[in-house]
Write a protein that binds this ligand. Structure first.
Ligand code: ATP
Ligand code: MG
Length: 335
């Protein structure tokens, strides 16, 4: 199936209005939630100064608290940078936070070890890593996409909201996809519209293959972040939010070839699994979304074959609800 998607009469306008209504009333972070995040970071800084008065430790906030894609309920993602590598032991950080009344849970063996913290006083969750700065760059990349076209933010937030309501946004414990993977997929969709709504930001580079790379492999962190020049790049495309969401659901329900294609935000197109070396073993059977910087990593690695089938069925369900006259709220009915 190709060409322009035709929406049922009246759907485009009403769906656009519903998405904007949800975005403005429920997704856009409240002033109170922003204040809670600020208070948490201040408290966390005070804890670090009290516990490690002679250590130089910098606090960097990343993820959806700063990339423009966070809601009131998003957690705070924090990266600490320090030359005192003892702090990379997540159990040390965890025990410190517990002294100050926080509940913690360590994930020490993940590719990026983290401490998950919950502050019962401020009622906020945080994911904290030490010296893993790569996410600071992809956060800035998402910020750049958000700044380029006014549709990016409500569109990606509408997609994220749907995935959270339908329980398909939990890479770590649910075996589905992370918010970062969903945001990458949604922005790639905007990049591949005709004409495109957002550009390719990365310089052309050969794809790095999983069998030739490790976490220690050098990563090219450059990308075009000249927002003044890129702003309104998508002005020739007049597609509405309603149209985009309907077409997005249709694409991943019926058109995308999960067996053979790879979503590449870095290149602004689909690549083949064969050219990435992902046509063998586990990657050949699952959803493949290339990490834009560390291109040998599959952001959808967390979802197995059954989960991918579940995700595809969620796309179909969402599409069919809208096609048959249902609303965005029906699409997002909690699972
Ligand atoms: P949410 O609003 O759901 O918290 P988020 O954008 O903060 O959304 P998280 O899943 O909390 O998403 O991840 C935080 C950040 O960590 C992402 O924005 C991204 O910068 C980075 N990140 C997450 N997963 C990966 C990954 N697999 N590879 C590289 N960076 C990642
Ligand atoms: Mg987050």
């Amino acid at each position: 199936v190709s060409g322009r998607v035709v929406l049922p009469t009246g759907l485009e306008k009403s769906l656009t209005a519903q998405i904007l209504h949800t975005y403005e009333t429920r997704l856009f972070p409240s002033a109170e939630s922003i204040e809670v995040k600020r208070a948490f970071i201040e408290k966390f800084a005070t804890v670090l100064v009290s516990e490690f008065p002679d250590w130089e430790v910098d606090i960097h906030v990343f993820g959806s608290s700063v990339n423009g894609l966070g809601s009131s309920r998003s957690d705070v993602d924090i990266c600490l940078t320090t030359k005192h590598r003892m702090l990379e032991d997540v159990f040390l950080l965890s025990s410190v936070l517990r002294k100050y009344g926080m509940c913690t849970y360590c994930v020490p063996r993940a590719r990026v070890p983290i401490v998950k913290a919950w502050d019962p006083e401020l009622r906020i969750a945080a994911d904290i890593n030490v010296n893993n700065t790569i996410a600071l760059h992809n956060t800035r990349m998402l910020q750049t996409f958000v700044a380029i076209d006014g549709r990016v933010r409500p569109f990606v937030m509408a997609v994220k909201h749907w995935t959270k309501c339908r329980d398909i946004n939990d890479a770590a414990f649910g075996g589905t996809l992370s918010s970062y993977a969903w945001a990458t997929l949604a922005i790639h969709f905007l990049q591949t519209r005709q004409p495109p709504i957002v550009p390719v930001l990365h310089p052309p580079a050969p794809s790095l293959r999983a069998d030739k790379c490790t976490d220690a492999s050098p990563v090219d962190l450059t990308f075009d972040d000249d927002i003044t020049r890129l702003r309104d790049f998508g002005r020739d495309n007049t597609e509405s939010l309603g149209y985009l969401l309907y077409a997005f659901f249709r694409t991943y329900a019926f058109e995308f070839d999960y067996r053979h294609q790879v979503v590449s935000l870095r290149n602004g197109c689909y690549l083949s699994k064969a050219e990435k070396g992902w046509d063998q073993g586990r990657p050949s059977r699952i959803f493949c979304i290339e990490e834009p910087f560390s291109t040998w990593l599959n952001l959808a690695h967390s979802a197995n074959e059954t989960a991918v089938e579940g995700i595809r069925q969620e796309f179909q369900r969402a599409f069919c609800i809208l096609r048959d006259g249902g609303s965005y709220d029906n699409v997002c009915e909690v699972y």
